[in-house]
Design a protein around this ligand. Structure first.
Ligand SMILES: Nc1nc2c(ncn2[C@@H]2O[C@H](COP(=O)(O)OP(=O)(O)O)[C@@H](O)[C@H]2O)c(=O)[nH]1
Ligand SMILES: [Mg+2]
Length: 647
């Protein structure tokens, strides 16, 4: 369990932690000299049961607000410190606003320096504090009055903190037995905590140093998941795998640590201290999808604005221990609920859905708004369209991974690795989620039944359209049909749908060609008889319909019908309209091209002509046929292999 302080500078935060724990959290010489907290300080209060209560002491001074923000990320309980002499001050208000904007953690108010004022003033500040908290949406917050100099009020405060710590430990260790007795609110809190622990491990680094004998150590608060000694993590920015050689949880050596604890990790890898800085992350695995790293440069968020925001306004953006700049585009309007916006980040952030961001004005004087990540998929076009914003508002209101998955699937094919990263799901979490859904999965892609059905319609329509346009062809290859019907869909997914159509006998495959089942029906008896005479002509020759009809003394139209049918049956192939080769000849040409491709990368029209001893024009017709079918592709003078499997 970790508590973090918040409150105005000089209100007694550091002194209070020392009074509670006996630890002075100031660690920089500069801090000691100036008597002011600049960077985060840490203190631990070990308990007889072996657990430890952790404290993160944050600087109150406005100048060090990004350090304050780095300190409160992932922390569930805040000690809001208000000095009785000053009462509520600027940073008291600002810190509280920030706490509201990052998702309203639990708060305990501590009034300090009670020894320096009269009792009446204490009551006045108590009122002030209660009003402030209520105005920001916190109800009945526990309040303690202390004087660190005389230790007054410290013991009851300690007891209070310990009881929170114990409830928290019970949540984490005795989940099932506690469930039966807990109130609804406690159990939802507990579920949230439990859900967090199941997710992928994710730690925002806030300090890095070397320890003699151990080497490199990084510290931070884990936002989710758990980690064991010996496991491998992925370090952002230097983009490296590192191994956890040892770890401390809450300042004590341990074999494992988990979300909600302050963690120090002794890591080994090809990395030095200088290559790591505050704001880097340790992640359970490298976040890649479709070969791309998933750091967000544009992100869709829900905004809670304390001040009016201008479109394309430059901002300071704080996320966990990271601090960057960027700009905002409001997608609907500040009067809408939820307010939806796109943030364009000057440097990519390792964001996931539901992460909280703080937006401050560019002169860094004022906190303007909080943002919650709704989606990492910001479309290039159409994000202001009604239909998209409706969808995004629905997404902003989802409460479970399953709801979110169902909504994403309404928009088309979904990359599962991307979805899993954006919800921080482990493989087993993702699998159990998918097991409950009827989706079509191929490789990394998932498609809803609804979208699969409409994609299959497109395939059938494209097939029918092709037959109508090319009655002298048997059909098309898989890749070509995919390109015609579903150019943007992933190949594996499209092939899966084609296979489903084949299984349902809505498509047929003959000699590798896909075609409609009614296409390629057998000859009539008369045609079959004629074909017996015609076929020998095709042994090694190419024939125009008209020439063959003349040669055999047949009617040209009857010959055209016969050859068209023979082509639909896959016996002969039209290289251009009305000009046919026997299938075996085409197969031999294809083998020749394959051979040239292996030896020389492709074949030229001249080489092809010379190999076959045919005219230049015919050679080109054949090669262009192969290009058209997608077997080859033209590359300068060469015809190179494309979909080798077609012939
Ligand atoms: N009289 C009195 N002085 C205090 C008390 N707590 C802190 N101080 C003094 O207030 C000053 C600021 O305290 P510090 O803990 O550094 O404040 P921080 O900036 O909020 O961390 C120091 O000089 C402390 O000695 C208290 O309870 N009573
Ligand atoms: Mg301090």
């Amino acid at each position: 369990m970790i508590f973090a302080t918040a409150g105005h500078v000089d209100h007694g935060k550091t002194t209070l932690i020392q009074a509670i724990t006996g630890v002075d959290t100031t660690h920089l010489p500069e801090e000691k000299k100036r008597g002011m907290t600049i960077d985060l300080g840490y203190a631990y209060w070990p308990q007889p049961d072996g657990t430890s209560v952790g404290f993160v002491d944050v600087p109150g001074h406005e100048k060090f607000l990004s350090n304050m923000l780095a300190g409160i990320g992932g922390i569930d309980h805040i000690l809001l410190v208000i000095a009785c002499d000053d009462g509520v001050m600027a940073q008291t208000r600002e810190h509280l606003a920030i706490l509201r904007l990052i998702g309203r953690p639990a708060i305990t108010i501590v009034l300090t320096k009670a020894d320096s004022v009269a009792q009446a003033r204490v009551e006045e500040v108590r009122q002030q504090a209660a009003q402030l908290l209520a105005s920001q949406g916190w109800q009945s917050v526990p309040l303690f009055v202390t004087a660190a100099t005389t230790e007054d009020g410290i013991i009851p405060l300690r007891e209070h903190l310990l009881s929170i710590h114990q409830i928290n430990s019970v949540h984490q260790f005795c989940r099932s037995s506690f469930l039966q007795t807990s109130s609804l609110q406690t159990s939802s809190l507990q579920n949230l905590q439990h859900e967090k622990l199941k997710q992928r491990f994710r730690l925002a680094i806030d300090r890095v140093f070397t320890v003699k004998g151990a080497g490199l150590v990084v510290t931070g608060t884990a936002l989710a998941g758990s980690i064991n000694v010996g496991e491998t993590l992925w370090l952002t920015d230097s983009e490296q795998a590192v191994r956890v050689r040892g770890l401390h949880a809450q300042n004590q050596p341990a074999q494992s640590a988990k979300a909600g604890q302050r963690i120090a990790l002794n890591i080994v890898g090809d990395i030095s201290k200088e290559q790591i800085s505050r704001g880097d992350w340790l992640l359970s695995q490298k976040p890649v999808s479709q070969g791309l790293l998933l750091a967000a440069e544009k992100v869709l968020v829900e905004i809670e604005a304390d001040s009016p925001l201008q479109n394309w306004q430059p901002l300071h953006i704080h996320h966990a221990a990271s601090h960057i700049t960027g700009r905002i585009s409001i997608l609907n309007s500040l009067a809408d609920a939820p307010i939806l916006a796109e943030l364009t980040l000057d440097r990519p952030l390792w964001l996931v859905e539901n992460d909280r961001l703080i937006l401050r004005d560019i002169s860094a004087k004022k906190t303007l708004a909080g943002a919650r990540v709704v989606s990492l998929n910001s479309p290039r076009r159409g994000k202001r369209r009604h239909e998209f914003l409706d969808w995004l508002s629905q997404l902003a209101r989802t409460h479970s991974h399953a709801e979110s998955l169902a909504l994403y699937l309404t928009r088309g094919a979904l990359s599962l690795s991307h979805f899993a990263w954006s919800r921080q799901l482990t493989e087993s979490q993702l699998n159990s989620l998918l097991a409950e859904m009827k989706v079509i999965i191929a490789g990394d892609w998932a498609l809803s039944q609804h979208h699969a059905a409409s994609a299959e319609q497109k395939l059938l329509q494209a097939m029918a359209g092709y037959h109508e346009k090319h009655p002298d062809q048997l059909g098309v290859g898989k890749a070509r049909l995919k390109r015609m019907a579903l150019p943007t869909l992933d190949d594996m997914l499209a092939y899966k749908l084609i296979n489903r159509l084949l299984e349902q006998k809505l498509l047929k495959q003959t000699n590798g060609w896909l075609h409609s089942p009614e296409h390629g029906l057998m000859f009539t008896a008369e045609q079959a008889c004629l074909w017996l005479h015609v076929e020998p002509y095709f042994q090694a020759e190419v024939w125009w319909v008209r020439d063959l009809a003349t040669e055999m003394g047949e009617d040209e139209e009857a010959m055209r019908c016969l050859l068209r049918k023979a082509a639909q049956l896959g016996l002969i192939i039209a290289i251009v309209s009305d000009r046919y080769y026997h299938r075996q000849c085409i197969q031999q040409f294809a083998d020749l091209i394959r051979r040239y491709s292996q030896d020389k990368g492709g074949i030229t029209a001249i080489e092809f002509r010379d190999e076959l001893g045919i005219g230049r024009k015919l050679a080109i017709q054949i090669l262009e046929y192969f290009d058209r079918m997608g077997f080859t592709r033209r590359k300068a003078d060469l015809h190179v292999l494309r979909d080798e499997g077609i012939f």
